[in-house]
Design a protein around this ligand. Structure first.
Ligand code: DHE
Length: 523
C-alpha cells in the first residue's frame, strides 16, 4: 500500500513537472519557433513583445481566449495589419503557434521607473533655444504628416503646401501627435514606447524617453505641464513633465482585486482638468486629475459622494461593459464608448457615460465595430449630431446627442477607418479603408446626410485620413502606400489642387484645428 502511494505521488510530481515544462518557452519546438520567426516576428517581434503588432505573450490575452486566437491566425483580424494564415499554415502548425503565444517568455518583460529614467535623453534644454521661429510661415496653419513608410514626420506649410522639414522618428508612430496649446511643441508616441518632444520653432528634438515596452498613445494636459502615456506592456500609465519629459509618476493599472489591465487609450478632458484613461481588461474608466485643486464630482440624482481627488490620484468609474474605443461630446461632459468583441463575456455595444456622475445615461445602437476615436460632430437642424465610421460594416452611424438615438445609418462602399470635416465645410469625408473599394472616399453633405460624391483619387491605391487647413478651405488626403502622396483638394469644389509625394503617409495634423479642438477633427 505504502509502495502504491509513493508510486502515485512520484507519478503526480512527474506529471506536474511535465506540465510546467510544457508551459515554458524551452518546451516550444524549434519548428514552431521557426514558424513564428518566419510569419509573425516582423510585426510582433522575435521576443514577442510587439513592434507594429501587439505583444504576443499571455499578459496580452486577458480577453482573447485560445479558440479566438486560433481564428485570428487563420482568418486575420479586422482593422489591423494582421493577415490570414489559414492557407499558409496547417491546423496543427496554427495550434502550436497558439500554444507558443500563450506560453510565458523566459524573461518577464519589465519596464520600471529605473528603466524609464535610464532611457531619458535631453538633446536640447528648452531654455537653450530661441523663441522666434527659424522659418517664416503661419505657425497656426502648419501640418505634421506622419510617414509610416520610412518612419519620418514632415512639417508642411498649410498655405503654400511646401514641406519645411523632415524629421526621423522612432519606429511606428501611432495615434495623433499632440501639440502644446500654443502650437510650438509637439509630442509623439511610438508603438515601442518612445515619447519624443520636438520644438517646431527651432526644428530641434528637445528630449526622448522610453515609457514602456508597448505604448498605446499619449495626452498633454491643457495647462501644458504634464504628459500621460498609456501602455499595453507593462500594464502602466506614466506621467511626465512636459518641459523636458522628466518622469514624475509610474501608475500601475490595477483594479481593486489586484488584476492588471492594458490601457486602451488616454485623453485630456480639458474642461475637467483631468486625464481620462480607458482600460482594456476590466470594465473601468479612470479619471486622473492633473491640477493642484480638488475635483468635485456630485450628481444629486444618484447621490454620488463627492470625489476629492488630488493630482494624479485615480477616480475609478466602474462600467457594465469594456470601453475599447471612445470619444467625448464637444463640451466633454459625456463619454461615448463601445466595446470590441473579443470572445469575452461582455456583449458588444455602445454606451454613453456622464463623466461627473460616472453613470451610464444611455445605450447606443452601434452595430459592427464603430471607430469612435475617429468620430466627429456638427450642428444639424436644432441639434448636434455625432458621426462615426465603422471598421466592420459599410455604414456611418449618425447619432443625435439630444437623446442618443441613431437617426441614420449612411450606407458606404465598405468599412471605413477615418472621418473628418471642419466647422466651415459643408461636407464630411469618410474613407473605405477595408475591402475592395479601399481606393474610394465618400463626401457626405452634412445637412442632407447623403453621400453627394465619391472620389477615386488613385485607382487601386488606399485613400484614407483627411485633415483640413485652419480655415477649412482645403482638405488633405493620404494615398496610404509606400510610394504614396498627400493630395490637396479644394474643400468646396472637391477638385485636386496639388499632390506631394510621401512614404506611406498616415495621419495629418493641423496645428490650429488640433489646439482649438475643432469639431471636425479628433482631439
Ligand atoms: Fe490606430 C489613432 C487604436 C490600428 C492608425 N488608434 C488611434 C487611437 C487609438 C487607436 C486608441 C487614438 C489615439 C490618439 O490619437 O491619441 N489603432 C487602434 C487599435 O486598437 C487598432 C485597431 C489595433 C492596433 O494595432 O493597435 C489600431 N491604427 C491602427 C492601424 O493599423 C493604423 C491604420 C496604422 C498604424 O499606424 O498602425 C492606425 N490610429 C492610426 C492613426 C491614428 C490612430 C493614423 C490617429 C488618427 C487621428 O487622426 O487622430
Amino acid at each position: 500500500m505504502k509502495f502504491v502511494s509513493i508510486l502515485l505521488i512520484t507519478l503526480l510530481l512527474t506529471m506536474t513537472a511535465v506540465a510546467a515544462v510544457a508551459n515554458t518557452e524551452s518546451a516550444t519546438t524549434d519548428l514552431t519557433k521557426k514558424n513564428f520567426k518566419k510569419h509573425c516576428a516582423s510585426c510582433h517581434g522575435e521576443d514577442r513583445l510587439g513592434i507594429v503588432g501587439p505583444p504576443l505573450i499571455p499578459q496580452s490575452f486577458k480577453r482573447l481566449k485560445a479558440k479566438a486566437a486560433t481564428l485570428v491566425i487563420k482568418n486575420g483580424r479586422v482593422a489591423t495589419q494582421m493577415p490570414a494564415f489559414g492557407k499558409t499554415l496547417s491546423d496543427m502548425q496554427i495550434s502550436d503557434l497558439v500554444d507558443y503565444i500563450y506560453t510565458k517568455p523566459t524573461h518577464s518583460p519589465e519596464w520600471d521607473m529605473n528603466a524609464i529614467k535610464q532611457s531619458h535623453k535631453i538633446s536640447h534644454a528648452p531654455e537653450s533655444l530661441g523663441n522666434t521661429p527659424v522659418f517664416k510661415a503661419d505657425m497656426q496653419n502648419l501640418f505634421l504628416v506622419v510617414e509610416i513608410g520610412d518612419h519620418h514626420v514632415t512639417l508642411l506649410n498649410g498655405d503654400s503646401f511646401e514641406p519645411i522639414y523632415r524629421l526621423k522618428t522612432h519606429n511606428a508612430l501611432h495615434g495623433g501627435p499632440k501639440y502644446s496649446k500654443d502650437g510650438r511643441y509637439v509630442f509623439f508616441a511610438s508603438r515601442d514606447g518612445w515619447i519624443t518632444k520636438f520644438d517646431i520653432y527651432n526644428l530641434k528634438v528637445i528630449a526622448d524617453i522610453r515609457v514602456g515596452i508597448n505604448t498605446r498613445n499619449l495626452a498633454v494636459s491643457d495647462d501644458g505641464k504634464f504628459i500621460i502615456a498609456g501602455n499595453t506592456l507593462p500594464h502602466t500609465a506614466v506621467i511626465l513633465s512636459a518641459h523636458d519629459l522628466s518622469p514624475i509618476k509610474l501608475i500601475p493599472v490595477v483594479n481593486e482585486a489586484g488584476e492588471s489591465s492594458r490601457v486602451s487609450a488616454v485623453y485630456t478632458a480639458a474642461p475637467r482638468q483631468s486625464f481620462i484613461l480607458a482600460l482594456k481588461d476590466f470594465p473601468e474608466v479612470w479619471e486622473i486629475p492633473y491640477v493642484e485643486k480638488e475635483i468635485f464630482v456630485h450628481d444629486y440624482r444618484y447621490e454620488m459622494p463627492e470625489y476629492t481627488g488630488k493630482p494624479f490620484s485615480i477616480r475609478r468609474i466602474k462600467l457594465s461593459n469594456y470601453l475599447d474605443d471612445f470619444f467625448f461630446n464637444q463640451d466633454y461632459t459625456h463619454i461615448i464608448g463601445a466595446a470590441r468583441p473579443e470572445g469575452e463575456r461582455f456583449p458588444q455595444g455602445g454606451q454613453v457615460i456622464k463623466i461627473s456622475s460616472g453613470r451610464k445615461v444611455s445605450n447606443i445602437d452601434l452595430p459592427g465595430m464603430p471607430h469612435l476615436s475617429s468620430g466627429i460632430s456638427w450642428k444639424y437642424k436644432d441639434t448636434r449630431i455625432i458621426a462615426t465610421p465603422n471598421i466592420k460594416k459599410g455604414i456611418v452611424s449618425i447619432i443625435d446627442t439630444k437623446d442618443w438615438k441613431t437617426i441614420k445609418k449612411i450606407k458606404t462602399k465598405g468599412p471605413g477607418f477615418f472621418m473628418r470635416s471642419h466647422e466651415k465645410s459643408p461636407y464630411a469625408w469618410v474613407d473605405v479603408f477595408f475591402g475592395p473599394h479601399k481606393d474610394l472616399v465618400h463626401i457626405i453633405d452634412k445637412q442632407t446626410l447623403e453621400i453627394v460624391k465619391t472620389l477615386q483619387p488613385v485607382p487601386g491605391k488606399t485613400a484614407a485620413h483627411v485633415e483640413f487647413t485652419k480655415d477649412g478651405r482645403y482638405a488633405l488626403l493620404s494615398i496610404w502606400e509606400d510610394d504614396g502622396a498627400v493630395i490637396v483638394y479644394d474643400a468646396l469644389t472637391l477638385k485636386e489642387v496639388t499632390r506631394l509625394p510621401m512614404k506611406k503617409p498616415s495621419g495629418k495634423y493641423n496645428v490650429y484645428n488640433k489646439t482649438h479642438l475643432e469639431e471636425g477633427t479628433s482631439h
